[in-house]
Design a binder for this molecule. Structure first.
Ligand code: DGL
Length: 270
């Protein structure tokens, strides 16, 4: 098969990874995508490393059965904990969202005071700190888990008093640290960007890993001469492991456009 024509595989714990698909579609409009959302087992952000790695291995196996030419781990939690193991087990090129997000933040910060928000698992892994310090050890990193943000977004409560109050509470410690850059270290958080911006004010730049990840995928595909020609008609396929009701209901908000058909696959044997 011509590698350029093979799809890019993307996996996430559920629906949130569609924010990464959106960025990939903008950066690489000729590419076909196979998306896998593990909706039966979401959230990953509250689970242990062992479980997250096990699920991630299965997710990659699923995508490989669909003939993907590379894999993007859209999920920050899975990228934080599973990327090294996945790279050890599989030959297919795999891109996570942590390093691209860290790189974007390092380029952005002037004061070298960077905040990171994410799920409990992502923050506990210290993956962003490690990635930032690998690029510039002088940067001070302040982290905060925001576990209520995911259900808030899935409930569609992106604005208003409740979201604002929760954001105030979570972000107060970061405000105190006078950060000038904040990494939105979770697939769902870009949807709360407006509320977060209101709380932190215009002096704090918000970094979304998705765009930088898409740029990294372009670099990777160019390097292995597997970039799809923009005139090719891309095909998007969406697979989930539970009833796609919720996915269909709010997926377009994450993707920024109408979602195509969503196929359910068996949770155990996918
Ligand atoms: N996709 C996850 C992440 O980016 C958020 C949802 C979850 O906890 O599984 O960390």
């Amino acid at each position: 098969m011509n590698t350029a024509r093979q799809p890019i595989g993307v996996f996430d714990s559920g629906i949130g990874g569609l924010t990464v698909v959106k960025a990939l579609a903008e950066e690489l409009p000729g590419e076909s995508i196979v998306y896998f959302g593990d909706t039966a087992r979401v959230p990953y952000g509250t689970k242990s490393k062992t479980t997250i790695v096990k699920f991630s291995l299965e997710n990659v196996e699923f995508l490989l059965r669909h003939g993907v030419k590379c894999i993007v781990i859209a999920c920050n939690t899975a990228s934080s904990w599973a990327l090294p193991t996945l790279r050890k087990y599989f030959k297919v090129p795999i891109v996570g969202v942590i390093r691209p997000g860290a790189l974007a933040a390092v380029r952005q910060t002037r004061s070298r005071r960077v905040g990171v928000i994410g799920t409990n698992a992502t923050i506990n892994s210290q993956a962003y700190e490690t990635a930032i310090h690998r690029i510039d050890p002088r940067i001070k990193v302040f982290s905060q888990s925001c576990p209520l943000f995911v259900p808030l977004v899935e409930e569609g409560w992106l604005h208003g008093a409740i979201s604002r109050e929760i954001a105030e509470k979570y972000l107060a410690p970061l405000k105190k640290q006078r950060i000038d850059t904040l990494i939105l270290g979770c697939t769902h958080y870009p949807l709360l960007a407006e509320t977060i911006r209101q709380v932190l004010g215009p002096g704090v730049a918000l970094v979304d890993s998705a765009q930088q990840t898409a740029a990294e995928v372009r670099g990777l595909l160019t390097g292995i001469e597997a970039l799809a020609h923009e005139r090719l008609h891309p095909r998007y396929r969406f697979f989930v492991t539970d009833e796609p009701t919720q996915f269909n209901r709010i997926g377009s908000q994450f993707l920024g456009r109408v979602l195509g058909p969503v196929e359910r696959v068996n949770g155990q044997t996918h």
